[in-house]
Write a protein that binds this ligand. Structure first.
Ligand code: NAD
Length: 456
């Protein structure tokens, strides 16, 4: 069996190896999953998911170390990610999937039942490998399906471990993690026994995956890219809020789908905001995530490091100014200092595209209507936020943001019971909550005439 090397972005060393799944093996795994799912009905799955949640919590430290070595984030964040995965499993174990009575009258009886779909293909990115995987595995398994999950080849190690924990709690074949590149993801999504595709990743790949699923008329759940705007109103105090706004922009080195990726500030206070954010950026400890005290690790992949360096360099050439950071850090690790860019305009690529890295463009506005219009002038629609000393003033403005989740005085604040999804090119469908569980089911209506309903 061939293996793929996984590199540690903090120093370029080999962090571990993952077994590569070839197409023949993929076929066997899917066939086994297809045979396995009907034998383990949804109502019997609660205990298995709770046992898996307990095992994930017990192994959170070991999972965290794998995440840090393959993806780069500081160990405390990586361990928190493992606990978040356990929370997804626990939460979904507790969800009910009862039939919904639609009618019980003179016409007869009708109910809506949420049936499992069969084999679900899940494909995940490298930025939160374990949390994103668990957010798919937990509801898909709870709903009665089998899952074959393919993580990113950049960060598969912790996901393989998560898969082993789940496999140990479930009947054989119900949950398998397979490793490989995009071609394996495509083979998985297009396999005729796969009945649903759940994908998290870039909008470009999501478009390809949607096309693959369309051929087989398979439902898709797509959680894609974002270019979230944060709008600070003129009563928001930079001195008080800069730290929070900074971390809502730079957590995980800006490598999260939902983070502030464009910050709109009122012209009257632009200087104060740039200065306060730059002071935050300059105070951050960047280094190896395994070293205690590190607040931001390396950028996770060479391609991402190159991309962020290119976007910042282009913005500087076009007239932006780096108030903090602005050029790559010292190697051999993929370091890049948190960068605050002033004098940015909406048409610069660093603002117009999803930069997905440690660079925040600060953009100046004159009126709130103008800020909202510019925030909405994006093909993405994942998240957004409005910041104000007066939450009542910000609340209706947040409602005008064209995005799946709009926050007031917060950003990227999630919970397993809070449905999360994107509008426009940011995705189709939601994860989390009961609505997220329902994504992994097909609605079936069962009915019979009144004269054939037994009296209760
Ligand atoms: P990516 O699209 O490059 O890869 C995602 C996954 O798709 C990987 O496992 C990859 O191997 C696989 N893949 C690649 N080509 C494929 C194909 N043709 N068919 C099937 N699978 C294929 O994304 P990435 O760089 O790993 O992750 C970063 C992106 O993910 C960002 O755009 C980010 O916004 C997005 N993301 C979105 C969410 C969300 O919930 N909306 C969460 C995390 C990340």
């Amino acid at each position: 069996m061939s293996v793929l090397d996984v590199y540690n972005p903090a120093d370029g060393s080999v962090a571990g190896q993952a077994p590569v799944c070839d197409e023949a093996r993929l076929g066997e795994v899917i066939e086994q999953a297809h045979r396995a799912w009907p034998g383990f009905p949804p109502e019997e799955r609660r205990e298995a998911l709770l046992a898996a949640a307990k095992a994930v919590s017990a192994q959170a430290r070991a999972l965290g170390e794998l995440i840090t070595r393959e993806q780069g984030k500081p160990l405390a964040m990586a361990v928190a990610e493992a606990f978040a995965a356990a929370a997804f499993l626990r939460y979904n174990a507790g969800l009910a999937l009862e039939p919904e009575v639609l009618r019980e009258d003179r016409r007869g009886y009708a109910e809506l039942v949420r049936r499992p779909l069969g084999v679900v293909a899940a494909v995940t990115p490298w930025n939160f490998p374990v949390a994103v995987a668990a957010a798919k595995l937990a509801p898909a398994l709870r709903a009665g399906n089998a899952v074959v999950l393919k993580p990113s080849p950049y960060a598969p190690l912790a996901t393989v471990r998560l898969g082993e924990i789940l496999a140990a709690a479930l009947p054989p074949g119900l949950c398998t993690v397979v490793c490989g590149d995009g071609a394996l993801g495509s083979a998985l999504a297009t396999h005729p026994l796969v009945r649903q595709v759940s994908f998290t990743g870039s909008t470009a790949t999501g478009r390809a995956v949607a096309g693959q699923a369309a051929d087989g008329i398979k439902p898709v759940l797509l959680e894609l890219g974002g270019n979230d705007a944060g709008i600070v109103l003129d009563d928001a105090d930079p001195a008080a809020l800069a730290e929070q706004v900074f971390w809502d922009s730079f957590a995980n080195n800006g490598q999260a789908c939902v983070l502030i990726k464009r910050l709109y500030v009122p012209r009257s206070r632009a200087g104060e905001w740039v200065e306060a954010l730059a002071a935050q950026a300059d105070s951050v400890v960047v280094g190896d995530g395994m070293v205690r005290g590190t607040q931001l690790g390396p950028v996770s992949t060479p391609a991402q490091h190159e991309r962020i360096a290119g976007l910042v360099a282009a913005a500087l050439r076009e007239g932006a100014k780096a108030a903090a950071g602005g050029k790559p850090g010292e190697g051999p690790g993929l370091f890049y200092p948190p960068t605050i860019l002033a004098d940015v305009t909406d048409d610069m690529a660093v603002a117009a595209e999803e930069q997905f890295g440690p660079a925040l463009p600060v953009l100046v506005y004159d009126t709130e209507d103008e800020a909202l219009a510019r925030a909405n002038e994006s093909s993405f629609g994942l998240g957004g936020s409005v910041w104000s000393a007066d939450p009542e003033r910000a609340w209706p403005l947040a409602g005008r943001l064209e995005c799946g989740t709009a926050w007031v005085n917060a950003h990227a604040d999630f919970a397993p019971d809070q449905p999360f999804g994107g509008l426009k090119c940011s995705g189709i469908g939601v994860e989390n909550g009961t609505a997220g569980l329902h994504e992994y089911t097909a609605a079936q209506v069962r009915c019979r005439p009144a004269d054939q309903v037994s009296p209760l």
